[in-house]
Design a protein around this ligand. Structure first.
Ligand code: ADP
Ligand code: MG
Length: 676
């Protein structure tokens, strides 16, 4: 029986050569061909002369009034003049350098001319000559060397004629009703052979949904398969056993923290490995959430590891977790690349014997010779700072263990659905109480004096300020001078009442630590710095963040920098100094000053810069879609994800009659491409 999932080679006129050329365009089946939609349309429908504007690209229908004339000037240059009767008016049409067109027209013949209209002269610069039968909206495809527009057109026409009756909707009926989707056959017809602009729009909407839905179905089925094939220990927790720990905390968990702890504990009790991403802005309190997951694991007789991207962060975590766990029996050890060989030799057997409950460290934790007794949970902090490969390695190593990844970088919805689609996501969307949202202002560099006055006033109230200067290349002398100049400028302006510190990447570790300690202890009130302060700095008395040349930073980075203030109870401020040169730059500054929502900001960043710019095309992990735009159409993407989850959450979905078309469609897709 004929099916749209037949190889494209079954079509008349598609031999091995064409088949290979089509494969280059990712077209393997008839279905692929029929969903190879045009990327734009050209309107060749003729218009009335009275409707035209000057310089508009238009199509006119008329009769050839006189024999066309070709004038030559120079060796290669020529023009063809043609008088066209359009109703009772004469329009002079000029074609440059296409003398052969003369042979294609005869006096008295009705033709279509597509070109640019000049209202004053009532003339047309011809671009294309068409037959009256071509008076339609034409689809334009992205094609390659072997396949021309015309071939593509003809192929799709043939395929549609032969296969239109086999086109069955694969999206289950309840979903089609819910989102008022067009039938697949209509979608394909309207996308290729449009009848009206409205019909195309409706078709495109459904086409996008269909594409996203298939993508999500594949993702969800893979996720379910991964869960079936990998078992993890069930970590049963009784909330009561965690209560003493909670009672000992100097604060109450926020509602958001409570919610995500609940989500994590539920995951841990299931026999399938947890793969959860915990997102929460800097300062939202992710550490204590991780601590609760670790405690639950240890109380269930399993071990846990906490992985940090740098030695410094690992040490910080080891210290703060030791404090948090002071009232418990959790045994903690630190293992990094810096751990001396002797200490390491003593530690490894204890880890293997299960005498250590929690190992905190860097990727040294995952080296071959580190063996665990019962590894029940791996927590990965600042997971976005690990490379794609490292992440893959960790995923493989931890395939059968529970993984909790944490990140302070808000992941835009587009990415969390596509690139991170295999993870479940928990969000801490609330900062611990008492903190006020940071007020952000954008000023021009001509207003620096106002900024200085403002900073001085707050310093006099006992507060502290960060001043950040962009430095792309720390070895660049010109850029370094920029930081130094800012540093001396602040020293001069503030006089002897206040002390200014300087921090940049070329300083050695000891000097950096000294500068940081001075600022923490309020021996310096202003810290002028390059972006090295981005990670792991926590000075709650600092209430002002000044960022020079703010338009040189990405929005996500600005958001991170701004997160350095707003950690105490006083009102905090962020002052962006920038003279953006274009609209996008202005928009970006406005996004920053109008929002403190990291998710909103990162989605805007994606929209304004495009995914390729932010992460590199390969790095982004966003798959290529045919019609759907995962950034602009993120709402459609998200709706498709939601229903795909609903379908696959039913363990029997593949057996149900209403899903059979979908099963077939997915089966064909999975046979075609590996999906990794
Ligand atoms: P991050 O999410 O950036 O890792 P941390 O876990 O380091 O944040 O927490 C930042 C600070 O907030 C820490 O000093 C921590 O003790 C404190 N904190 C965490 N949760 C709460 C809470 N519910 N109420 C008050 N302070 C909290
Ligand atoms: Mg943290």
């Amino acid at each position: 029986m004929k099916s749209s999932l037949d190889p494209v080679g079954t079509l008349k006129g598609v031999g091995p050569k064409k088949q290979a050329a089509l494969a280059d365009l990712n077209i393997q089946t008839v279905f692929d061909l029929l969903t190879y939609f045009p990327f734009r349309y050209e309107d060749f429908r003729s218009q009335a002369l009275t409707d035209l504007h000057d310089q508009q690209t238009v199509t006119l229908k008329g009769t050839v009034a006189a024999e066309p004339v070709v004038n030559y000037f120079g060796r290669r240059k020529n023009r063809l003049l043609l008088r066209l009767m359009v109703g009772h008016d004469v329009v002079v049409v000029t074609f440059f350098n296409q003398p052969w067109l003369k042979k294609q027209v005869e006096v008295g013949q009705t033709i279509l001319v597509h070109g640019k209209f000049n209202a004053q002269k009532q003339s047309l610069t011809g671009m294309k000559l068409l037959q009256p039968s071509e008076q339609t909206v034409q689809s334009i495809y992205s094609v390659n060397h072997q396949i021309t527009q015309k071939t593509m057109h003809d192929l799709i026409k043939t395929a549609y004629a032969e296969y239109q009756d086999t086109l069955e909707d694969f999206v289950p009926t309840w979903i089609r009703t819910k989102f008022r989707l067009e039938p697949l056959k209509t979608v394909i017809r309207e996308m290729h052979f449009p009848s009206t602009p409205e019909a195309v729009q409706a078709a495109r909407r459904t086409a996008k949904f269909n594409e996203f839905f298939l993508f999500q179905m594949r993702l969800q089925t893979l996720k379910h398969r991964h869960q079936r094939e990998n078992q993890a220990a069930c970590i049963k927790t009784d909330k009561l056993t965690l209560q003493p720990f909670l009672n000992d905390l100097p604060y109450q968990l926020t509602d958001a923290q409570h919610r995500v702890v609940g989500e994590i504990l539920t995951d841990l009790q299931r026999p399938v490995p947890m793969n959860r991403l915990l997102q929460g802005d800097v300062g939202s309190g992710k550490t204590v959430v991780a601590a609760l997951a670790i405690l639950a694991t240890v109380l269930a007789g399993q071990q846990a590891v906490l992985l940090a991207p740098t030695e410094i962060l690992a040490e910080q975590h080891a210290n703060s977790l030791a404090q948090l766990f002071a009232g418990t029996n959790v045994n903690i050890a630190l293992l990094t690349g810096d751990t001396p060989a002797k200490a390491r030799r003593q530690l490894l057997p204890r880890i293997k014997a299960g005498q250590i409950d929690l190992v905190v460290g860097t990727h040294a934790l995952f080296q071959k010779n580190v063996r665990y007794h019962h590894l029940g949970l791996a927590v990965i902090d600042e997971q976005h700072r690990f490379g794609v490969n490292q992440r893959k390695q960790m995923r493989e190593k931890g395939a059968a263990t529970n993984v909790l990844s944490m990140t302070a970088t808000p992941i835009p919805r587009t990415l969390s659905i596509t690139a991170y689609g295999e993870m479940d996501v928990s969000v801490i969307d609330e900062l611990p109480g008492g903190r006020k949202p940071i007020k952000t202002t954008w000023i021009k560099s001509s207003q620096e004096a106002t900024m200085l006055k403002f900073v001085k006033k707050h310093l006099q109230q006992g507060e502290q300020a960060y001043v950040v200067v962009p430095l792309i290349d720390e070895s660049d002398a010109v850029e370094m001078r920029n930081v130094m100049m800012t540093y001396t400028a602040f020293q001069e302006q503030l006089g002897s009442d206040f002390h200014v510190g300087l921090l940049h990447g070329q300083m050695n570790e000891a000097d950096k630590n000294q500068v940081m300690d001075d600022f923490k202890a309020n021996r310096t009130q202003v810290l002028v710095s390059t972006t090295v302060i981005e990670v792991g700095v926590d000075v709650s008395n600092a209430s002002i963040m000044v960022i020079f040349d703010a338009d040189h930073f990405g929005l996500a980075q600005l958001h991170q920098l701004r997160g350095r203030v707003g950690r105490g109870t006083q009102q905090s401020y962020c002052i962006l100094i920038a003279d953006p040169k274009n609209k996008v730059g202005i928009k970006r500054m406005n996004v920053m000053s109008s929002s403190t929502d990291g998710f909103f900001i990162s989605q805007k960043d994606l929209e304004l810069r495009g995914p390729g710019d932010i992460l590199g095309k390969q790095q982004s992990g966003i798959p290529n879609f045919n019609v759907g735009d995962p950034v602009a159409d993120v709402n459609v993407l998200s709706a498709a994800q939601e229903v795909a989850k609903m379908v696959t959450d039913d363990a029997e979905w593949m057996q149900k009659p209403e899903n059979q078309n979908l099963v077939r469609q997915l089966h064909a897709l999975n046979n075609q491409t590996s999906f990794d």
